[in-house]
Design a protein around this ligand. Structure first.
Ligand SMILES: O=C(O)c1ccccc1NCC(=O)[C@H](O)[C@H](O)COP(=O)(O)O
Length: 241
């Protein structure tokens, strides 16, 4: 199970998080209380790469609904492994970014909390198919990850709120043929991540839930990663017993 710790803003916390060996660290370049500028992120990555654990982590740049220009500007300055963003109307330029910069493309699929108003899971499924998933399907070969995240009407992420996880199997079924890893985010904490892991996901992503008063709390990060790793361990034990 992959783990991404998102919203890294300082070298100090990055260095402590790297020791805990998450698979990914996220840098938020879009407007957010966790926003970092490209130079700041490049400095953090440079200092981590000089540390033993820094080279095993992959760095993900987080954007809102972005453009080819914005991604290029950041990718010229920051050695990212992946970029994560909401799909814009025109998606035709996205495969070019992947090829030009050698980065993985992760697409955020926002799940509105207000989906409750839709009459049934079938209606929700249809809405997703007509929206984000239809666009994803056009460029599926260029996509390395789909991140289901709670829709945040203000910033587009980092809401600290969960969506209805019962929708995950429905979405997993819809994207099965795309063969793209599915990650889940939104309101995760060390206390609830084990429940989320009962759903068919390949990875989890957290930001607010490993913070105290808006600052990353290394004890919470540690607990979060430990819970995910212990779930991995119990799944392995089950499959060999
Ligand atoms: O984290 C942010 O502040 C943020 C702001 C704007 C767009 C995306 C953002 N984060 C993206 C992430 O990948 C977060 O980890 C994800 O939204 C989960 O956040 P949280 O609910 O706070 O755990």
């Amino acid at each position: 199970m992959k783990v991404k710790i998102c919203g890294i803003t300082t070298t100090g916390i990055a260095s402590q998080v790297a020791v805990l060996k998450p698979d990914y660290m996220g840098f938020v370049f879009t407007k957010s209380k966790r926003q970092i500028d490209p130079l700041g992120a490049a400095r953090i990555i440079e200092s981590l790469q000089a540390e033993p654990c820094g080279s095993s982590v992959q760095y993900v740049g987080v954007f809102g609904c972005t453009s080819e220009q914005e991604l290029s500007d950041v990718l010229k300055q920051v050695p990212l492994h992946a970029v994560q963003f909401h799909l814009p109307e025109d998606v035709t330029w996205i495969p070019t970014v992947r090829e030009r910069y050698g980065v993985d493309i992760w697409v955020t699929v926002p799940i509105a909390q207000s989906v409750e108003h839709l009459s049934s899971d079938g209606a929700i499924s249809e809405k997703l198919q007509a929206g984000a998933l239809a666009k994803v399907n056009h460029i599926k070969h260029a996509i390395s990850g789909l991140l289901l995240d709670t829709h945040d009407p203000v910033h587009g992420g980092g809401s600290g709120k969960s969506f209805r996880w019962e929708l995950i199997p429905l979405i997993a079924e819809q994207i099965r043929e795309m063969d793209v890893p599915l990650y889940a985010a939104g309101g995760l904490t060390a206390d609830n991540v084990a429940s989320l892991l009962q759903y068919p996901v390949d990875g989890v992503d957290v930001s607010s839930g490993v913070e105290t008063k808006g600052v990353k709390d290394i004890e919470k990060v540690k607990q979060f990663i430990e819970r995910v790793r212990s779930h991995d361990q119990s799944s392995t034990n089950l499959s060999i017993s």
